[in-house]
Design a binder for this molecule. Structure first.
Ligand code: IPD
Ligand code: CA
Ligand code: CA
Ligand code: CA
Length: 263
């Protein structure tokens, strides 16, 4: 398989999908809820996923696709050529803020990440990586992450760590928040992962993410030396939901050892 050819195809459909999503603001966006009242989905999430599926199937019908909205046939393993797709990551930002939402896609062959994309639809900014070839922010190569002390780190944390059904030791997380230079919560996991791989954040922590949220990001992470695992320090499982931390390599283990205790 010629990865450069797949990459050219992927970038083309991502840019086209981004254009369609921006155009959608001049039409009706129909908002519905999924698991609960705050779990939003729109017709644009679904239409974008359908667009990707149709394009990929026309490109190579043997490729398998797992998308958040379940518009395709799904997958039961990572065998073969597999696309993990989140058509809009940060749907609440899409609906409420009309910005700060991403298209994110990971392309895997037999479980190995080959191509990763995080595309900021409103800024038209592309974070991208190819296995073993490096990572880019638009046309600019991303540098490998440089070490820094935890005291100087700015970290993204999904605010669910403060809610009653918290999955981590609350006191320890509080210590982490007090230890670091600052914390942020942007509302798009893919955007926060893009910020970590480009050094705008030094870590991002979430109590629960799905394969389509992190598939593309983990491929970019590897190329810049960022470490992405679950809270046990194990490699991310791309077949099920899990806890998630991505961090600068100089602080990843320290955060896990001293500040994150799963309950
Ligand atoms: C969500 C966003 C959000 C994260 C949630 C994800 P969606 O994705 O990434 O930041 O906290 O866990 O589900 O549903 O907007 O694609
Ligand atoms: Ca969603
Ligand atoms: Ca998502
Ligand atoms: Ca989504």
């Amino acid at each position: 398989m010629d990865l450069h050819e797949v990459d050219k195809f992927a970038k083309g459909i991502i840019i086209e999908a981004g254009k369609r999503i921006r155009d959608a603001f001049s039409h009706d966006i129909k908002v519905e809820t999924k698991a609960d009242a705050n779990d939003l989905v729109t017709n644009i999430d679904r239409e974008t996923e359908v667009f990707f599926i149709e394009q990929i199937k026309a490109f190579d019908s043997s490729h398998k696709i797992l998308g958040e909205e379940g518009m395709g046939e799904g997958i039961d393993s990572l065998e073969g050529a597999v696309w993990l797709i989140d058509p809009i990551d940060g749907t609440m930002n899409f609906v409420k803020q009309h910005r700060h939402f991403m298209i994110t896609i990971g392309f895997f062959v037999d479980g190995v990440g080959k191509l990763g994309y995080i595309y900021d639809v409103m800024r038209e900014d592309m974070f991208f990586a190819m296995e073993g070839q490096g990572a880019w922010y638009n046309d600019t190569p991303l540098r490998r992450l440089q070490p820094l002390p935890l005291e100087e780190a700015v970290i993204g944390i999904n605010a669910s760590w403060v809610t009653p059904n918290k999955r981590v030791n609350h006191e320890k997380m509080t210590e982490l928040v007090q230890k670091v230079r600052g914390t942020r919560s942007y509302g798009s996991a893919a955007m926060e992962i893009a910020f970590v791989v480009s050094g705008k954040l030094d870590a991002y922590i979430s109590m629960r993410l799905s394969p389509w949220d992190i598939g593309g990001g983990t491929i970019i992470a590897r190329e810049v030396g960022a470490i992405a695992t679950n809270f046990k320090g194990q490699p991310c499982n791309l077949m099920s939901q899990d806890t998630f931390i991505i961090a600068n390599p100089s602080i990843h283990q320290r955060i896990l050892d001293h500040y994150i205790e799963e309950k």
